[in-house]
Design a protein around this ligand. Structure first.
Ligand SMILES: C[S@@+](CC[C@H](N)C(=O)[O-])C[C@H]1O[C@@H](n2cnc3c(N)ncnc32)[C@H](O)[C@@H]1O
Length: 335
């Protein structure tokens, strides 16, 4: 029995306020008897709401062992008629979701949701090293294993660091910052979040937005440490594959790099990523085959002003959703 196992469902989830929850439920539409996959359990905010909204089963993935422990503590709150739980925890990465589902003997889901990035539990715990606002080890590993942010900062060649800051952090001064990191680490290796944040602030001037100049460097490192963009690419591809006919896929992203992949997934799934322009005569001559998916959101949905005022973390959220077409009688016959 761990320390979390006596907590109630609201105590387990209260460290993280779920973002765009009403919209997630609106597109996911969980129904009785359905199988839903929550790829990012976090504090269990989505999983709990899904399980409360319908008599369905939720399989929940997280790569963070702390999140899995929270889920195990929560599972007793959702008993099934057979005495087992309707919440099933799967530890691992959603980039591997097909394998995780297969190991649980499941091939398809009626709904799949991804709420990208880190949870407030991770951000607010100094020991995890995600936040430049708190002194902690320069870690940032969601999985608590593998190379840490300090390993990258202290060992990566200058050009690789510059690429991380540039491509993942979208930092305009990436090269200058990488050079400064390499010079500084030759004197003293980086061990803590504040050590790196102070160096970034000394190299990159604050811009007019007032955003801390360490924000982008920390974003870049976090993405690199956890291969976050690779995970999203792999995860979304598998999610499309694992949806049952009529199944819904919902993605909530928090910055433009994540949202770009989600947007491309919607275009690809709905057959809108033609390689030639719609002004090309070939486009009119070739009738597009009916895509297997329909877009549920044509533009990304944004959180309401009220939500943003209660939860500043929601401000950058974007939600996109698609649905797999139900099999038509004609396609079943052909099939
Ligand atoms: C934003 S939080 C999810 C919050 C959750 N929706 C809630 O309402 O409590 C993101 C969670 O996803 C997990 N995560 C991020 N990337 C992951 C990946 N590639 N595989 C599995 N879990 C991941 C993180 O560890 C974190 O716990």
């Amino acid at each position: 029995m761990n320390a979390l196992s006596s907590l109630t469902s609201s105590e387990v989830t209260q460290g993280h306020i779920p973002v765009m929850l009403p919209e997630v439920l609106e597109y996911l539409r969980p129904a009785e008897g359905e199988r839903i996959l929550d790829c990012t359990f976090g504090g269990g905010g989505y999983s709990s709401a899904i399980l409360k909204s319908a008599d369905c089963n939720v399989w929940a993935i997280d790569r963070d062992p702390d999140a899995i422990a929270r889920g195990q503590a929560l599972s007793h709150s959702f008993p099934a008629a057979n005495g087992e739980s309707r919440l099933h925890m799967l530890q691992g990465s959603f980039g591997n979701m097909q394998e995780l589902a297969r190991a649980a003997d499941i091939a398809t889901f009626d709904g799949i949701v991804l709420d990208l990035g880190v949870s407030s539990f991770q951000l607010d715990e100094a020991e995890r090293g995600f936040s430049f606002r708190m002194e902690g080890p320069l870690d940032m590993r969601m999985e608590k294993s593998g190379p840490s942010a300090a390993d990258i900062v202290n060992k990566a060649p200058e050009a690789e660091l510059a690429d991380i800051f540039h491509f993942y952090g979208e930092e305009r001064h990436a090269r200058r910052l990488a050079r400064a990191v390499v010079n500084a680490r030759a004197e003293t290796p980086f061990h803590t979040t504040t050590q790196l944040a102070e160096l970034v602030r000394s190299v990159i001037p604050k811009d007019r937005s007032g955003i801390d100049s360490a924000t982008r460097a920390f974003q870049g490192l976090r993405i690199a440490v956890n291969d976050e963009l690779g995970e999203i690419e792999r995860g979304l591809e598998q999610a499309l594959d694992m949806l049952a006919p009529g199944g819904r896929l919902v993605v909530v992203s928090f910055h433009s790099l994540e949202d770009r992949i989600a947007k491309r997934m919607v275009q690809h799934a709905t057959g809108k990523d033609k390689s030639f322009s719609r002004y090309d005569p070939r486009a009119a001559a070739t009738p597009a085959p009916e895509a297997d998916f329909v877009a549920l959101t044509h533009k990304a949905r944004r959180p309401s002003d009220i939500e943003c005022s209660h939860n500043p973390r929601a401000r950058s959220a974007r939600l996109r959703a698609v649905m797999k077409r139900a099999l038509s009688p004609a396609s079943v016959k052909k099939g």
